[in-house]
Design a protein around this ligand. Structure first.
Ligand code: PGA
Length: 269
């Protein structure tokens, strides 16, 4: 077994990543990036890891993880390339510091910073214009607990987000029910996640065409105990983790759980 080894369904590896949100200072980032670099050096993984540090730490983390296969990216981006937008960061600026991926439309951005479906669409376009891979987050709010309404909600979010995305462009989509995220969140039932992901896959096929490849991830209170159950879902191509993966050790523990699930699935195949 490698550091997070094992093989996965599909031609590319199972995606596993974390947003550090606003948790890390420089020393924390250096430590975690070093741990991931060492783990990657001894690994021969079919898991594809990604880490989204705060803006200030993208460059040092990206430079430490160059050549490891671990993608590094941002948690947000502005839709314009340049101009008088105080406090904002553009896609070309992210490219300059080594980001290759950008999270767009996380529920905390929607709740606290006025992110709308329309700004998610604009940001997705900006990311793609500059060669960044958009990780688009969708999820129903706490007051929606009915599967049909949840699906309607996330389908609308997704329809708007991908409206202008060419079918050749690679995007990732994370389903993250708002009620499952954060310290007051409860992980979703894996059956519900499978139902929503399968429906989103179908919708994406209609919207983007059958040839477009759109990996689907689940996020919301994922941890080392429940990761395998989500990783085993036929429609899940990856997991997007917050708290439980804020340390490199936490991320690697979840990676090991996903790898163990994959090798038991392979041995049964
Ligand atoms: P959590 O966060 O794992 O801490 O619930 C998930 C997310 O915000 O994507």
């Amino acid at each position: 077994m490698t550091a997070w080894g094992g093989s996965r369904k599909g031609e590319s590896g199972f995606l596993l990543g974390t947003s550090w949100k606003m948790t890390h200072r420089a020393a924390d980032a250096t430590r975690d990036a070093e741990r991931l670099r060492m783990a990657a050096a001894t690994g021969n993984s079919s898991l594809e890891l990604f880490v989204l540090p705060p803006f200030t730490l993208i460059e040092p983390v990206a430079s430490r993880l160059t050549g490891t296969g671990v993608r590094v990216g941002a948690q947000n981006v502005h839709w314009e390339d340049f101009g008088a937008f105080t406090g904002e960061v553009s896609a070309p600026m992210l490219v300059d510091v080594g980001a290759t991926i950008v999270e767009i439309g996380h529920s905390e951005r929607r709740t606290w910073f006025g992110e709308t479906d329309e700004t998610v669409r604009l940001k997705t376009d900006a990311a793609l214009r500059h060669g960044l891979l958009p990780l688009i987050c969708v999820g129903e709010p706490a007051e929606i607990r009915d599967v049909g309404r949840a699906l309607e909600h996330v389908s609308n979010q997704l329809r708007i987000a991908v409206r202008d995305v060419p079918s050749v462009a690679e995007i990732w989509v994370a389903y993250e029910p708002v009620w499952a995220i954060g310290e007051h969140g409860k992980p979703a039932n894996p059956e519900l996640v499978e139902e929503i992901l399968a429906a989103l896959r179908h919708l994406l096929g209609d919207l983007r065409g059958p040839q477009a490849r759109t990996p689907l991830l689940y996020g919301g209170s994922v941890d080392a105990q429940n990761a395998a159950a989500f990783a085993a879902l036929p429609s899940a191509d990856g997991l997007f983790v917050g708290r439980a993966a804020w340390t490199a050790e936490g991320l690697l523990e979840i990676a090991a759980a996903c790898a163990a699930e994959a090798s038991s699935a392979n041995s049964q195949a």
